[in-house]
Structures are given as structure tokens and as C-alpha cells.
Design a protein around this ligand. Structure first.
Ligand SMILES: Cc1ncc(COP(=O)(O)O)c(C=O)c1O
Length: 464
């Protein structure tokens, strides 16, 4: 018998209460937080979909392993268990633990990138871009054309544009020190990269002697998409598919706060012993000794277990299904969104959700505030507040105004997802009454984290 219901593949051993608030309380909380969801105390949030990074629940096996944490400064047992787990999954022999993903990026680019260099990627995540630019390099995004179309149903919208990559490599000899591929493509909507596409990248890189690194935060979710969408991979174990992806590359950076299933941690893993030695010098300088990076022994233990758990088929089926289930319910209610839904998040299309709010009044920001005001749901704007301000101080609105609903791992159940659907549909019903916002005060860079805003026209949601 194949059952239709895909259940959460766990039972709950420890619970953390979440707090209901009234609409009036949330209205006051929003005003006190200057209409910026980053400034809200978490205790005022009912369902927190701000990020899937470091917000997951640990398993009982992880907690048990943490009790074995060896906190020796050098040569801790925990390091060897962590190293064996990473080696077993990736096949990369040189493994450098770091406190999170951006530290691995800084060490890799700090070693490889010099001013004037170009680093191509399907789409750089913000920290990856910032680390390339910090070295004086140019971070170049080369997604396929479908990756830029919100309503395209291409099954692998995270793919790299191989023809564009070939041109960049051809036209810039000696200026491309590394090519990156991000799986799944977070900034492009959590969209997967196919194995066929991934195999095409090293074929090009090798001709120019350029190494390929994966930004592997969501390698297991990407493997699941390959298994369920790419011809020839149905039914294959996710670990086997993931290994084929790693086999295409010379190394990876990893934020283990995602598919490492931990609250903090990351690593840089690679094949080239000489590059590993140079990266190790920077690791020791800025993170810590080679057998702990920036982590405690118990963090390494949790990570070793998490990396294996994330590849369980029943977990991945539940994980990807949770987001798809929400997407189906919202699509049936006519909610505009980026399709297909991503692995870790669903992205609402605020330009179509609030067509009456001009981009100068930050429609995605306003929509994210309305979701909180009406239902206590915290999401994140990926639009003009985050990306609109240019280095010269001018405003250039991005192509898309998105609200990301990111799912923490193993935290919420189907009834939480049903509740989220109900709130979004309710907000859709009153969309015409939602008004834009204006910026009152903002720092020059990364303004979304601390900017103060206010409704542009009286109430955020006008009365009928
Ligand atoms: C694709 C991608 N790369 C890198 C990072 C950076 O990782 P961390 O937040 O652990 O520094 C993230 C985090 O969200 C990410 O999504």
C-alpha cells in the first residue's frame, strides 16, 4: 500500500511553546520595531519563516552525539568523526571546519582571488558576492534565462548558462581563478541545478585550468530534486546522487546551518593539497586550529550526525513536500508566486500580489509586514529595500519584489503549514487595502537589517 499522506518522519520529544498575540499587540510590536521585521523580538512571532539557516531542530541522535564532544584543542576525537562524515559524503580529502559558510568563502577567496579577477556563479549568495568583492574581484551571475522568469516552470531553474560561462572563460584568460555553482540556487529562488548541467561546468573549466567549487549549503535538497525531476535518476539513493555532484567539483564551501542540520557550523573541503595548505594558513589565522575551526567539539559531533540524517529519503520527501504543499494551496487560491517552489522556501511575487503599490513604496516589504500584522508570520523581503540602493546612493529597483517564506528544518508540522496558508489567503483577500511604506532612516549598506520605516499613507492596512 502506498499512502497518500506524507507524514513528518519524526515524533516530538521536546517542545518549545510559541506565543499567540492579538492583532493590536502585533500592531504595537510593528511600530516599536520601526516596521522592520529584523527588529522584532522573536517572542512576538508565532511562525518564524525568516530563514532556514541555523533554525532547525536537532535530533535525539545529535544531542546524544554532542555529549561525546571532545573539547581537546588539538586532535579531538570529534574532529575525526566530523572529517569522516564529510569525506564519506563529498570525497574531498582536505577538510577545514569553519564557524559558518561565509568563513569558508572568505578563506577560499582570500587565497584565490586578487583584484581584477572574475568569479562566475549561477547566482552568488550575498555573502559570497561580498567576499569576492572584498578581494577586489567581480562576482558574475550566469543563470539560465528561465532562472530570471518568475513564472517559468523549468524543472532546473538554478542551472548555469554554460554558453555564457564558456564565453567568460574564453574572453578572460588568467582572470578567472575559480568557478562556483550554488546548489540549490538560493538567491535565484531555491531552484535546483541538474546533474547534466553540473557535469557541463568542469568540462569547460578543465580546458582553462580553472577549479570548480560548489556552494553546497543545500546539496541534499538538490539531490532530491535530481532524483524526482531529472530523467534517469528516479529511485536512486540521495547520497549517491550527491556524491556524483561532488565528483564534478574540486571542492566546496558549506554553510552547515542548512543541510548540515546544525545551528552553527560550516566547512571548506577540497582536493588540491597545495591549495589546502594555503587555505589552512588563513584558517589558523582567523578561525582556529585545523581540528576545530571556529567550532566546539560538540558542534562537530552534531554536524557529523546531521550530514547523514539529511540524506534520509523520508526526511527529504517530507522536507520538499512541505514547501510544495503550501505552494499548491496558495496557487489554488490565486496567490502569485515564483514557480516551481524552491526546496527550502516559497517566494511570493509582490509585484503581482500588490499591483497598486509602486516599487518606490516597497511592495514586498509592505506585504511581509501585512503577513505579520494579520497572522504573526515573519518572512523576509527580497526586493527594493534589500537590493534597491546603489553604491552611489541612487535607487534602482530590482527586477523582482519577493517575499521569502523559508522553512526551518524539522520544526513545523502540517498544521503550522495549513495555518500559514490560511493567513496568506486572508492577506490576499484584503490585498487592495494594503498600503506601501517609506524609509525614515537607513544605514548606507545592508540597510534591510536595521532601517527604520513607516507606513507611507496612514495605516499599513487601510480600513474598508
Ligand atoms: C547559498 C548560500 N551560500 C552561503 C551562505 C552563507 O552561509 P552562512 O550564513 O553560514 O555564513 C548562505 C546562507 O544563507 C547561503 O544560502
Amino acid at each position: 500500500m502506498t499512502w497518500k499522506t506524507i507524514i513528518e518522519p519524526f515524533r516530538i520529544k521536546t517542545v518549545e511553546p510559541i506565543r499567540q498575540t492579538t492583532r493590536a499587540e502585533r500592531e504595537a510590536a510593528l511600530a516599536a520595531a520601526h516596521y522592520n521585521l529584523f527588529l522584532l523580538p522573536a517572542r512576538d512571532v508565532l511562525i518564524d519563516l525568516l530563514t532556514d539557516s541555523g533554525t532547525g531542530a536537532l535530533s535525539s541522535e545529535q544531542w546524544a552525539a554532542m555529549m561525546r564532544g571532545d573539547e581537546s584543542y588539538a586532535g579531538a576525537e570529534s574532529f575525526y568523526r566530523f572529517r569522516d562524515a564529510v569525506l564519506g559524503i563529498t570525497g574531498f580529502p582536505h577538510i577545514l571546519p569553519t564557524h559558518q559558510g561565509r568563513a569558508a568563502e572568505r578563506i577560499l577567496f582570500g587565497t584565490l582571488v586578487k583584484p581584477g579577477d572574475i568569479v562566475p556563479n549561477n547566482t552568488h549568495f550575498d555573502t559570497t558576492r561580498a567576499n569576492v568583492e572584498h578581494r577586489g574581484g567581480t562576482a558574475l551571475d550566469l543563470p539560465i534565462a528561465e532562472g530570471r522568469k518568475p513564472d517559468s516552470r523549468h524543472p532546473f531553474k538554478g542551472n548555469m548558462d554554460l554558453a555564457a560561462l564558456a564565453r567568460v572563460l574564453e574572453e578572460n584568460p588568467g582572470r578567472v581563478p575559480v568557478v562556483m555553482v550554488t546548489v540549490t540556487n538560493n538567491s535565484g529562488g531555491g531552484q535546483p541545478v541538474s546533474l547534466e548541467n553540473l557535469r557541463g561546468v568542469p568540462a569547460l573549466c578543465r580546458r582553462h585550468g580553472v577549479p570548480l567549487f560548489l556552494d553546497a549549503c543545500r546539496f541534499a535538497e538538490n539531490a532530491w530534486f535530481i532524483r524526482t525531476r531529472e530523467p534517469g535518476h528516479a529511485g536512486r539513493p540521495p547520497a549517491e546522487i550527491a556524491r556524483e555532484a561532488f565528483d564534478c567539483a574540486d571542492g566546496c564551501t558549506m554553510s552547515a546551518k542548512k543541510d548540515g542540520m546544525v545551528n552553527i557550523g560550516g566547512f571548506l573541503a577540497l582536493r588540491d593539497p597545495d591549495l589546502a595548505r594555503r587555505c589552512t594558513d588563513l584558517l589558523i589565522l582567523t578561525e582556529g586550529f585545523v581540528t576545530y575551526g571556529g567550532l566546539a567539539g560538540y558542534d562537530l559531533e552534531a554536524l557529523a550526525v546531521g550530514l547523514r540524517e539529511v540524506l534520509h529519503e523520508d526526511y527529504l520527501e517530507y522536507r520538499i513536500r512541505s514547501v510544495a504543499y503550501l505552494a499548491e494551496r496558495l496557487e489554488a487560491g490565486g496567490v502569485p508566486m515564483l514557480t516551481p517552489p524552491g526546496g527550502h522556501a516559497l517566494y511570493l511575487d509582490a509585484l503581482r500580489f500588490l499591483p497598486h503599490v509602486p516599487q518606490s513604496e516597497f511592495p514586498a516589504w509592505a506585504l511581509s509586514l501585512a503577513l505579520y500584522l494579520e497572522g504573526g508570520i515573519r518572512s523576509v523581503e527580497i526586493g527594493s529595500v534589500m537590493f534597491g540602493r546603489q553604491p552611489d546612493g541612487s535607487e534602482r529597483p530590482p527586477e523582482m519584489e519577493l517575499v521569502r517564506l523559508a522553512f526551518p528544518r524539522r520544526v513545523y508540522t502540517q498544521s503550522h503549514v495549513d495555518y500559514v496558508a490560511e493567513v496568506v489567503l486572508h492577506v490576499k483577500a484584503l490585498a487592495s487595502r494594503i498600503r506601501g511604506v517609506r524609509i525614515v532612516e537607513a544605514p548606507p549598506t545592508l540597510r534591510h537589517f536595521s532601517a527604520r520605516l513607516a507606513p507611507a499613507h496612514g495605516a499599513l492596512v487601510a480600513t474598508e
